[in-house]
Design a protein around this ligand. Structure first.
Ligand code: FAD
Ligand code: FES
Length: 513
């Protein structure tokens, strides 16, 4: 048997592959030296870019090629095949790009191409001088990054009442909490990124007020900060339960890096944990604590975990999956009180707990927008361009309720990728663009080795169509209303998830006529 590691990476693309071996619209993986390279064909054009997604190293060759772009199978980032640019979050960094040439019936990959900076500097007359972003999370960071990617030359001030650099928040309930991701995975960028890109990131800085007319913010120390364009990206905060003992030191919520570190510190000596809430975050926390060898009990009022979002079949699957890993559920029950070593349940039981994590949902942080008199309707109301009722003030992420062209409703979601993409769209529009936010919502959740991807948005459905075998972890679940697919959840069916996303995009175009 061959043990040559280069064999695993496919053909040597510097030697070329025959044109016939690459069908139009297809991709293959080969190597250029030590690099794994994706070679793609579109008509008579050939493209070569890095084969691994710059988000979490997803295999791009298993993704979907659409025109001169490729979408990652894992979390639907999108890259330009021409330049390697990360066109859609969650990837924010480009992948490398190589030049190709056709020679004697073969396509040959040549040297690395420099990343094209073909964007005009966005500093023309009329561009805003001062852009301020309130929020150092998914939307705020993606906006700042996109502003500089567009070669915006003016001032960017980013205000965050957190004490940490913008972090990869989804990781806080998954690998980082489980102890399987290193500390340096957590920040979205190192501190010098902000200096190099002239992003004036001010941590531990609370914004206390907004005067929309005067275009001015009031900070926690009562100082004022003027802006030409403003992005509100204040995110959400965990709901706190009003029960005795909720303020005890071993009772935690999870939103920030500090929250996560506090749970990890407690987990070092904890033997039994109670997780309140069978939400995505609650159950991801349960899985991560199990990875640390802690006994975990989940207490939640619903009959099945995640039934409201995923339906009964996937809900039952998720429950079984966690039970197989030793999690004990106490469903249709709630906590009545907490003391130093126990959680008392309304159903009469008592659970031992030297660590309690409360994951019972979040509330969007709307106070600033409300006090400033912006239109608010269970979220900050924005138009298709993500502009609020106050001209020049935009909102993105967990706080924004936008007119979703796919469901035809104004929706607000709490998804990482949506927040980042909205931040990117808001950035373009703050620079004078006219870009509608039309992305199909997407989120993922990870439980042990099982990823669940969800594309679309279905608050309710009249038909649920299962294809494949949920127990075998190979399935799609389509949520339909009047025959129309509103959303699709999938386990290990990434190509179908991507194709559903594209179908929903096309569907929305047809609906608009
Ligand atoms: C543990 C965890 C795991 C998650 N996992 C997933 C996942 O797997 N998949 C998924 O799709 N989504 C996931 N999410 C949800 C996702 O992280 C959020 O939808 C996303 O972070 C929202 O981005 P945002 O920019 O709106 O808000 P945030 O990322 O919360 O950022 C808000 C920022 O605003 C700042 N801020 C708020 N108010 C003020 C103020 N008055 N002054 C100054 N600063 C202020 C905050 O400090 C923070 O920096 C997870 C969330 C958590 C907490
Ligand atoms: S690994 Fe590619 S989008 Fe996450």
């Amino acid at each position: 048997m061959s043990t040559d590691p280069s064999q695993d990476k496919g053909p040597d693309l510097t030697q070329g592959v025959t044109i016939e071996s690459l069908v139009d619209g297809r991709m293959l993986v080969g190597r250029v030296g030590e690099d794994a390279v994706l070679l793609a064909r579109r008509g008579d054009e050939f493209f070569a870019i890095g084969a691994e997604c710059s988000h979490y190293h997803g295999p791009l060759a298993e993704g979907l090629m659409i025109g001169d772009t490729v979408r990652c199978p894992w979390h639907h980032a999108c890259f330009s095949l021409r330049t390697g640019e990360a066109l859609h979050a969650p990837a924010l960094s480009p992948v490398e790009c190589w030049t190709t040439e056709v020679r004697e019936g073969k396509v040959v990959v040549r040297g690395k191409a420099a990343l094209k900076q073909d964007k005009a500097a966005a500093s023309a007359a009329g561009a805003p001088q001062k852009i301020v972003i309130v929020g150092g999370g998914a939307a705020g960071f993606a906006a700042a990054e996109m502003l500089r990617r567009q070669r915006y030359q003016g001032s960017i001030v980013m205000l965050s009442d957190d004490d940490a650099l913008p972090v990869d928040r989804p990781n806080l309930s998954k690998d980082y909490l489980a102890g399987t991701a290193a500390e340096d995975w957590v920040p979205l960028r190192a501190a010098d990124f902000y200096t190099e890109h002239r992003i004036d990131l001010r941590l531990k800085t609370r914004v206390a007020g907004l005067d929309a007319r005067a275009r001015e913010l009031e900070l926690g120390d009562r100082s004022k900060l003027a802006f030409d364009r403003l992005l509100l990206a204040t995110g959400a905060e965990p709901v706190r339960l009003a029960i005795p003992g909720i303020d005890l030191p071993h009772v935690h919520t999870l939103r920030t890096l500090a929250d996560c570190r506090a749970i990890i510190a407690r987990a070092a000596t904890a033997r039994c944990a109670v997780v309140m809430g069978a939400s995505f975050i609650g159950l991801e926390v349960a899985a991560s604590l199990r990875a640390r060898g802690i006994e975990v009990h989940v207490v939640a009022p619903e009959r099945r975990p995640m039934e409201r979002v995923l339906g009964p079949e996937l809900g039952d699957f998720v429950r079984r999956l966690h039970e197989e890993h030793g999690v004990v559920f106490h469903l249709e029950d709630t906590a009545r009180a907490i003391d130093a070593q126990h959680v008392a349940l309304n159903g009469g039981g008592t659970l031992a707990a030297d660590l309690v994590v409360v994951g019972v949902g979040v509330r969007p942080r709307l106070a600033l927008a409300e006090a400033a008199g912006l239109a608010v309707d269970r979220g900050v109301t924005v138009d298709a361009y993500l502009e609020t009722s106050a001209p020049g003030i935009y909102a993105a992420g967990d706080i924004a309720r936008w007119p979703d062209p796919h469901s035809g409703a104004a929706i607000r979601v709490e998804h990482w990728v949506v927040a980042q993409r909205q931040g990117q769209t808001a950035a373009l529009n703050m620079l004078g663009g006219q870009e509608k936010f039309e992305a199909v919502p997407f989120f993922w959740s990870q439980h042990y080795d099982v990823p669940i991807n969800y594309v679309g948005h279905a608050e309710s459905w009249d038909e649920l169509a299962i294809d494949g075998d949920i127990a075998a972890r190979d399935c799609t679940v389509r949520y339909k209303r009047q025959g129309r697919v509103l959303a699709l959840a999938s386990i290990y069916r990434d190509a179908e998830s991507l194709m559903a996303e594209v179908a929903m995009e096309q569907d929305a175009v047809q609906l608009r006529g």
